[in-house]
Design a protein around this ligand. Sequence first.
Ligand SMILES: [Zn+2]
Length: 376
Amino acid sequence: MPMRCAIRKVALGCCGGLMLTASFAAEKSDPHAGESEHGYTREEVDHDYGTEAGRVYYPEIAVDTDDAPSFAIPEEVGEEVPLKVYEVVPGTWMFYGNIAEVDENNRGSNGNAGFVVTDDGVVVIDALGTPKLGKRLIATVRSVTDQPIRYLIVTHNHPDHAYGAIAFRELPGVIIIGHKGTLKYINSDRIEHSVTYRRTFIDPDMKGFKAVTPDVLVNDTVFAKYTFSLGGRTFDVYNTGAHHSYGDLVIHQVEDNIVWISDLAFNNRVTFMSDGSSKAAIAAQKWVLEKFADARLMIPGHGSAQTKPFPMVSWTLRYMQTLRDRTRAALDDGVDLQDAVDSIEFDDWKKVRLYGLNHRANVGFVYREMEIQAFE
Ligand SMILES: [Zn+2]
C-alpha cells in the first residue's frame, strides 16, 4: 500500500533535507531542467506518493466520500478512449483524478476536471495534465453528448489543470477562459522546467504540448467576475487572486448552485504551496465559505466533491492558519529555516494524503513568505 509506506517514511523522518531544496528551487534563476514541481529531480522523487502500477480502482461515488481513486494508465491506451466520469448532478460531470504526485503510472492524471452539458453546448472546467489527457477528456465529453464544446475554463496555470488545454485549442470554436496570471506563467522559467520534467517520464503523453493563451482573461480585480451564459445556464467566473498559482479562478454554476473551487481547498489531500500566497489563500477561503454557504456542491481540484458545510474548505483554512501561526512564532523565537521545517509538524494531518511530500515544503514556503514580508 503506497500510502502506508508514505506515512511510515514521515514518521521515520526520511526524505530529510530534500524538502528544503524543494522550497527554494523555484526561486533560483538558473534553469533546473528535469526538476519536478517540488524541485526534485526524477531520481529523487519518492514513488510512494504516486500511483501503484497496474492498479485500477474507482470509488462508487465522487461526492462526500473519503474513498479515492487509484488507477494506473497503461502507456498504450489511446487518446480516443474516454475517461471514467461521475454525473454528480444531472448534466454536470466530474472526472475524479488520482490523489497523488504525477508519476509514470498515473501519467499526469492526478487532478480533477469536469464539464457541464447544456442545450447549446458544453462548458469544460480544467483540461487535465497532458495533451493526451486533454484529448481523452474531449473523448469523454463525446461519449455522453453530441453537443459541441463551446468553452474551456482553465482555473489556474498549474500543469495538472492546464497542460491538456492545447487539445481544446485545436478544436474549432472553443473559447478558452483563464486568469491574467497565466500569461506571466507562460513567459516564466517555471513552465520550461515543468514541461522538461514531465517529458523525462511521460514524453509520449506530452506530444504536441504548447502553452495556451486564453481568449478571455477574467477581470483583474480580486473577487470580480466574468459572466457568460450558455443553453440557459449562467457561469460566474471569479478571480480569486494569486492564492495558489500565478492567478486562480473559482466558477459558480449559478442555476445548479455548484461551485468549482479548484485548488482553493483540497479534499483528503494536503495542499502544496509553491506559488501564490498563504494570506491570499486564507482570504479567498473565507470568501468562498461565506459567499457560497448555501451552495449545493463544491468541486475541488483534488479529492471528492462535497456538500455543505464544506469541511474541506474549513480544514484547508485551518491548516493554513495554523501553519502561519506556528511559523510566525518560530520566526519570533529566532528559529532558523531548517529547524522550523524540522519541528513544525501537524500530528492531525499526518495521515492525510501527500502530507509527507508537501508539508515540509509548505513550512519552508510560509517561512520565506514571512521573512520577505518582514523586509518590505
Ligand atoms: Zn492542482
